[in-house]
Each structure stands twice: as structure tokens, then as C-alpha cells.
Write a protein that binds this ligand. Sequence first.
Ligand code: LLP
Length: 443
Amino acid sequence: WPSGARRTSTGAVAIAGVDLVELAATGTPVYVLDEHDMRGRARAYRDAFATASAEVGTEVDVYYAGKAFLSTAVARWMHAEGLRIDSATLGELTTALRAGVPAADIGLHGNNKSDEEIELALTSGVGRLVLDSLPEVARVADAAARLGVRAPVMVRVTTGVHAGGHEYISTAHEDQKFGLSMASPDGEDSPAVTAVLAVLERTELDLLGLHSHIGSQILDPAGFGVATRAVMGLRAEIARRTGVLVPELDLGGGFGVAYLPGEVPLDPERAAKEMVSALADVGRELGTPLPRLSIEPGRSVVAPAGITLYTVGTVKPVRTEDGTVRTYVAVDGGMSDNIRPALYGAAYHAEIVSRVSEAPGTRCRVVGKHCESGDIVVHDVELPADVAAGDLLAVAVTGAYGRSMASTYNLVPRPGVVAVADGVATPIVRRETVEDLLALDLG
Ligand code: LLP
């Protein structure tokens, strides 16, 4: 639960002093975001990485990965906490700019950037464009030449380290769409080296750095160390061949969070230690000055700060194949506001937050209101046996990739987002209405 969550004397839960029963009176489902909790996590990344970097004599920039959840309010909070904004699309870039974040503090990613995205990035003067393919080197250089500007760029490389969940795997082969492979099995230049050489040939491009992102929801930091060493090796190879010592390495995001009670998140200090000590080790071995560092956490900054608040509707006991009974608890949202259980089999925890119950726990599955049986919000959770229509149910750790991946399936309007802080609830994204959806319908 967000750090501001407490049971009040009525038995209801309040977050940051805002009673969820009162908040629900303005409509459910709704995403609730604990502003101080999210800001605190942003500071924790900034401080942990700044401390670790300072110990080895380098510096760090922390970019908040807007794909996890971005609104203008969130962009302002993150910038106020000293973070920059990582965008991956025109929508994210425009939102960060509209929030008043200086373009120099924004990065643009994307494996298939549109002309419009490249142009906005260059004309607004973003701090960096992360190049993802060889054709993009030429596209961005040509666009910069046409617009009469210089383009600060990074080259995204793939180290063969893929991480996520509890493990990482390291392979020589890449069969996915992102970045430029560092592997050169036939002895020729790797795609990563080829792209870096192409960047250095174009006078419109400033090579700021190399970028590596190895995965998401990573709990074991070892993969970060392996990837860091690999990219440091590439930096040294480029220096040997061209005399150019690339000034910065971005080691991406992917820091894992605890979705269920008892799970242990990857804390920023451990992640920082793993990355920075790998950086320093290789720097020492090769005798090269250390690069500046940047990282791009998304999920770990916003997921635990957010919950989704639903109202319980139909409650139905269902006999399962093994003869036992499972209670299906249907809520007023579902896979349209959280696709992660259906898409990834993601596990979540839920509780009744409108009252305290003395009833024994019973095995439940929280489902939504959509027209398919895969519309599951929480696969397995124990709820009080007297769970009933009208109860408020909160699902924890939904701040990341919930609203940002929401759909309007079944023409269900998307929930709004309410920020809570110091006893005050402030809507930061308006709840969509059926009229909003019909406004797109041209008849
Ligand atoms: N940087 C890059 C280049 C990325 O591709 C990503 C995530 C991040 C940073 C932020 O990663 P994070 O710290 O949030 O793990 N929809 C999926 C997650 C997709 C992540 C894609 N890239 C989910 O709901 O689990």
C-alpha cells in the first residue's frame, strides 16, 4: 500500500488523509495516487544513484519513464524532485512539454519514431534522442540538417542480457525489435558499432552516449552488472577505434517492485551499487575515465504509490473443477483499467477498504464487468466471507501500467486519476464519460 495508507476509526482506509469511502462517493472505479509516496520514490532513486556515483567520481541523471504513467501533474512532480522525463511517443513528449518541463530535460525513445516525433524533438530542443536502428541515424541527421539544428543522440544497444522477474538470461542472439545488437558472430562490425560509426560521420549529430535497457520488473540486480560491463566494453572498443570516449551510459529502467505481501522489491541502493560498481570495476581494468550515468525507472517510482478503487457488485460462489468453491467478486471495472493480469498473468493483492470485517477469509477471484472470462483483476485473494455488493475494494500497486495501458473495451470509459496529499484529493486526469467516447463517433 502507498506509504500514506491508514485504517481510520470507522474502519475505512484513508490514503494521505483522504478517506476512500468519501473519495468513492465521487465515482468508481478510480485510480488513486499518493503524491508524497511517488515523490519520495523519485528522490530515493535520485539520492541512491547520486551517492553511489559520487563515490566513484561520476554523476547521474535520473529520467522518469513516462510510459509507466504520465500526466502533466506527474511530470511536474518528477521535475520538481530533480528527475528528467523519458518519453517514447508524441503523446508523452507533448505531455512533458505541456507540463513545462524544459525540453533539455526530456529524452525521446522509440523503435519506430514518426517524422512528427523527430521534428518535435528537434525543434523543441530535447536533451537527447535515443536512436534505435541504422536507418534512424540517417533520418534524424537529415531532419536536423533540414531544420538547421544539431541533434544530441544516444545509440541504444542490446547486450544480450534479458532480465525480468527473478532471473536474467544472457544470450549472444537477439530476436526482438529494440536497439542494435553488440554481437558480431561473423567477425564483422556489430550492428551497434556500425551505428556508432555512422553517427560519428554525421556532423549534425552529437554522440552523447550509449543506452541499454535489459527488461522490466527485475528483482535480481546481477543482470544490470553484466549489462553495464558489456556496454563499458563497447565504449572502450569505440574509443580504441575512433579516439572518441562516449561521455554517457544510460542503463535503462526495470527495477522490480513487490506486487504481493511478502515480496521483496529491488531497492534503489542495491541497484545503484550493482551498476556503479560494475562501471567502476571496468573503468579501473581499462584505465578509462568513467562515463556520466543515467537511468530510467518507471514502474518502481509510480506502481506502489497507486491503487485502484472499485465498488463490488455481483458476488457469486462457483464450484471449481476440484470440487471446491471459489467466490467470484465482480467489480465495476476490469481488464479495461488493468490489462496486466490478462496480458501477463500478473498477480495483485486486494482488500476491502470501506470497513473492517470479523468474518473468516474465503478464497476469491476478483473479476471485472467485461464480456470475456479472461477479465480477471486478481486471480487469487482471500477476502472476508461476508464480502458483498457495495463494499469498496482496492487493488494495490496499480500506479504503473494501469491507467497508461487502459482501453475503452466494451465502450467502458476509462477511470480518472485522483492525486491525494495532505488530506486533499485533486483529480489530475478526468474520468472519461460515455459522451467522450461518443464524441469520436462520426455517425
Ligand atoms: N526505459 C526503456 C527504454 C524502457 O523500454 C522501459 C520500459 C523503461 C525505461 C521503464 O521500465 P520500468 O522501470 O518501468 O520497468 N507494460 C509492461 C512493462 C513494459 C516496460 C517497457 N519498457 C508491464 O506492464 O509490465
